[in-house]
Design a protein around this ligand. Structure first.
Ligand code: NAP
Length: 256
């Protein structure tokens, strides 16, 4: 029997890269997607012979290019078990200064591309022994701090996509599990660019290996209570499905 296959977007950096490494350790073959081929090549070199790797350079801003990715992955491996929609962008701008271009670009990459990938992957995921969609959300879905308007909208929407996958999969008995991980602060180039000089309060940073562990728990079926719902990963050692509890923990953390 062939090994399970995961498609990971955003695999050239940060959370996507770490999840790809975590999946390889767990016996998955990988299709890794992003724009930067040099970073994807470096990841493939790091993975070595531990798994089969397909590199797919794609600009997720382009819906037609995005739609071609999944058929190519299924052609290459003959199956697709897990879709990890991790790629994302964060343009900071207060709502009254937000440009239409920034809003459209944010929604295209953070929300529309994941929905296109779900559409294209549906049949393969439904045919897999355990099909899983894991979408990357953010605490900005419930706590869109000033400047995070477009980003927060896109992350609320990806949580909506997760609910729809869950409900439609149940209705069609497709057996596809859907998860949203709404993360707080993980040390990546994106976080550093957003924070600038702002210092994180003690305990705010979620260690990458802890976050990857939660993602792998979902993918391997150890978080059935989180199916279809956003799981708020608020701080080091604390995650909850309860949005009020998450908001209270954010308030305590940031003393807001
Ligand atoms: N870090 C945090 O604290 C945090 C918290 C909550 C949620 N998140 C979410 O986590 C996800 C990953 O972010 P990160 O923190 O790991 O940041 P990151 O290191 O900057 O990674 C962002 C990834 O998205 C990819 N990407 C961006 N635009 C793309 C495009 N047009 N086409 C294809 N790929 C594109 C980038 O690849 P290329 O540049 O090579 O294309 C890169 O691999 C995002 O969805 C983000 O919203 C992060």
């Amino acid at each position: 029997m062939s090994r399970p296959v995961a498609l990971v977007t955003g695999a050239s950096s940060g959370v996507g890269r770490a999840c790809a490494l975590g999946l390889a350790e767990r016996g998955f073959d990988l299709a890794v997607a992003a724009r930067r081929s040099d970073e994807l090549d470096a990841l493939a070199r790091q993975l070595g012979d531990s798994c089969r790797v397909m590199i797919r350079c794609v600009d997720l801003h382009d819906p037609e290019e995005t739609a071609r990715v999944v058929p190519e992955v299924v052609d290459e491996f003959g199956r697709l078990d897990v879709l990890l929609n991790i790629a994302g962008i964060f343009d900071i701008a207060p709502l009254h200064e937000m440009s239409l271009g920034s809003l459209q670009r944010t929604l295209a990459i953070n929300t529309i591309a994941p929905a296109i990938l779900v559409r294209e992957a549906w049949a393969a995921l439904a045919a897999a022994p355990r099909g899983v969609v894991l979408n990357m959300s953010s605490l900005a879905s419930i706590d869109p701090f000033p400047g995070a308007g477009a980003y927060g909208i896109s992350k609320s929407a990806i949580e909506g996509l997760t609910r729809s996958v869950h409900v439609e999969s149940l209705a069609a008995e497709a057996g596809i599990e859907a998860y949203s991980l709404a993360a707080g602060c993980i040390d990546t180039p994106m976080l550093r660019s957003v924070l600038g000089d702002i210092e994180l309060p003690a305990g705010a940073e979620i260690p990458m290996d802890q976050f990857v562990g939660i993602a792998m728990d979902c993918i391997e079926g150890r978080r059935p209570e989180a199916r279809g719902l956003p799981l708020f990963v608020v701080r080091d050692g604390f995650a909850t499905l309860d949005s009020e509890e998450a908001l209270e923990a954010i308030r305590v953390l940031w003393k807001a």
